[in-house]
Design a protein around this ligand. Structure first.
Ligand code: SF4
Ligand code: SF4
Length: 310
């Protein structure tokens, strides 16, 4: 098991010398993805991706000390100090042990996970799981921003892996346009959204304050739609969560690429982008959750959609 620390983000760029070679490869993958998600091909081949059974990402809070554009947990777009209770982690650990669940990796993230009021107790619960399955990697994904966060990171036991993206501000050029819903885009009118994307396979399924989801991003989307559907107990391996994939991936900008694309092979994203469905969802969220607060500038009627229907 790894016991060292990482100070690197998880989206490495491709070295300049290999970029020219890899660009056509990723273009080809993008073309295949677009074909692969069609209803016809999905009917024949089944969904391209399935949720992981051996990796999980746990969003322990939606509280964050940054407000990044295009945050795929909607922390900027719909800020809320919503925490996952410690008791849910205890239940997750107990159920995992009783069922003989061998997690290869458990990732703790958010929001900024170190700001959770019982952050260290959560880490200790996950270490309790690892007493039974020592090969499991436990990882904290942090923005590394500010003294409070850094001080908490420094107090973590040495056996916890740290993935530190070292963010310093709200512009994240390497992010994708999370709030450009494919369902708003005529280029995806042929899509079967049950295909999901590589996140739910490679990063893992999700546990969030709203329950278990095919991926943690999907749980963050459910927080905004308010439709629920997250499982309250650890799902069995037979549960593919297909209805959640279909309902939530149609809103997720990550569905477009469908797989990881190196940061320097995609355009830098320097502003907030939203398609009409997301604007409507956030407006409804603000009216419901913060009725006394005025809508953020980007959601006001007068500002109109920032991204037209194609
Ligand atoms: S640091 Fe992460 S969770 Fe916080 S606003 Fe930025 S992208 Fe969202
Ligand atoms: S498209 Fe979005 S919600 Fe769907 S699996 Fe990928 S990251 Fe999760």
């Amino acid at each position: 098991m790894k016991s060292s620390r990482s100070s690197f983000g998880r989206a490495p760029a491709v070295p300049g010398s290999r970029r020219a070679l890899l660009r056509p490869w990723y273009r080809l993958r993008g073309w295949w993805r677009h074909l692969r998600i069609s209803r016809g091909l999905t009917r024949v081949l089944g969904p391209q991706y399935h949720r992981s059974r051996e990796r999980i990402e746990i969003d322990i809070t939606y509280l964050c000390n940054l407000r990044c554009f295009n945050c795929n947990r909607s922390v900027r777009q719909a800020p809320e100090a919503l925490h996952l209770p410690l008791a849910t982690i205890t239940a997750f650990v107990d159920q995992s042990i009783v069922r003989g669940k061998r997690w290869r990796r458990i990732r703790v993230l958010g929001g900024e996970p170190t700001l959770h009021p019982t952050f260290f107790e959560i880490i200790e619960e996950l270490r309790r799981y690892r007493q039974t399955y020592p090969e499991c990697l436990i990882e904290v994904v942090t923005n590394g921003h500010g003294e409070a966060v850094q001080s908490r990171l420094a107090q973590l036991p040495a056996d916890i892996w740290i993935e530190n993206s070292a963010k310093t501000g709200e512009v994240q050029p390497a992010f994708g346009p999370f709030n450009l819903a494919p369902v708003d885009d005529t280029a995806y009118r042929h899509a079967d959204f049950r295909n999901g994307c590589a996140i739910m396979r490679d990063c893992g399924m999700g546990l969030t304050p709203l329950g278990y989801f095919p991926c943690a991003v999907a749980g963050g989307i459910a927080r905004i739609t308010g439709e629920g559907g997250g499982r309250s107990e650890l799902p069995t391996d037979e549960d593919d969560m297909t209805e959640l994939v279909e309902r939530l991936c149609k809103l997720c900008g990550r569905f477009r690429d469908g797989h990881y694309v190196p940061t320097n092979l995609r355009p830098a994203l320097l502003e907030e982008r939203m398609s009409p469905t997301w604007i409507a969802l956030y407006r409804a969220w603000w009216r419901k959750h913060k009725p006394r607060r005025s809508l953020p500038e980007s959601l006001r009627e007068s500002s109109g959609p920032t991204e037209p229907l194609s």
